[in-house]
Ligand binder design. Sequence first.
Ligand SMILES: Nc1nc2c(ncn2[C@@H]2O[C@H](COP(=O)(O)OP(=O)(O)OP(=O)(O)O)[C@@H](O)[C@H]2O)c(=O)[nH]1
Ligand SMILES: [Mg+2]
Length: 351
Amino acid sequence: MPAGGDHATVTSPAPPGAELGRRLSTGDLSAAPAALNVLESTTPHDRRQAAALLRALSPRALGREAPGHIVGVTGPPGAGKSTLLSRLLAAWRARGRTVAMLAVDPASRRSGGSLLGDRARVDFDPADGGVFIRSTSAGDQLGGLAPATRTAAQVLASAFDVVVIETVGVGQAETDVADVADTVAVIVQPGSGDVLQFLKSGIMEIPEVLVVTKADLGRVADRARRDLSAALRSLGSRDTPIVSVSSVPPVRGVDELIDALDGHRARVDLSDRRTHARRAGALAEFTREHGQSGLRRLGGRRGAGRWLAEQATGLEGPALLDALEKRSGVPRSTAAQVIAPRAPAAPERQR
Ligand SMILES: Nc1nc2c(ncn2[C@@H]2O[C@H](COP(=O)(O)OP(=O)(O)OP(=O)(O)O)[C@@H](O)[C@H]2O)c(=O)[nH]1
Ligand SMILES: [Mg+2]
């Protein structure tokens, strides 16, 4: 899908970002498609509107963090993520919750690899205004999340009750999605050892919620659940819920999964998590704009992370990007130049 198209440069300019932000924050879900177009677009006009949109939805403007629950769903190809999300979507809607879903396709899939095979799409009712689904390509972000996906999740969380980000993979994909989501569910299918191995070897952090799919397969699914539970115990984690689900009839485990996700969200320090997400997003954007040489000027990823950790917690992405650019001395990018307030983060006297 072309990101945003040329609509901004041809006849009608995109609606101003601040107005889209206002509509979303008052629960107008119909503003979601235009808001995502703005975030995905790379025209200077839309970059400015994106910054205005993010500022309108920042904790400083809203007086709190965006209230939606951002859920990351990640797991190996074919584990059953999309099929499960169709069931989850129906169950959330039955509870009266509105749902936005961002499905991230790895770029390699787009060229039609054999992996596309029996891939399921998320089922939904196109006439249901309480649901918004967008597929995005991971583009050049190998195994990771495009900056626009991170900001899209933040923006959608101001209007939708639940925002799901579906990514393929474990390891890096899981780490990346943990930078954005309030809760990460790792999806495992029975009989595939990779998640178990990743867990045991410490490549993968202990997930917040583990889901074993295809429970209808019987013994092999029970065994996967037992193995995962043993691995978690040996890692000293007793709190991670493991939920077995079947997404084909007889469907089971979906309500239990919703409860597990809600339970995690109730325990999380939201402000902390979202602050971390905004900082990680700004750093990803900085790295995309200015590359490794830019990053070196900040003392590498570590140095940049340490510095970001000292900045004010309510700052939105563009303001943080602006602060990083000022500190590193690189040229400022469009969004930061035009919209970000002078960041209080990098006082001249320090230099
Ligand atoms: N038996 C059984 N098959 C399932 C279940 N859930 C999914 N499948 C099948 O597993 C295959 C992959 O399911 P998807 O939902 O596409 O898996 P995915 O994790 O989204 O896959 P990618 O997006 O390609 O990574 C499909 O053929 C599904 O029909 C289940 O609960 N039981
Ligand atoms: Mg899928």
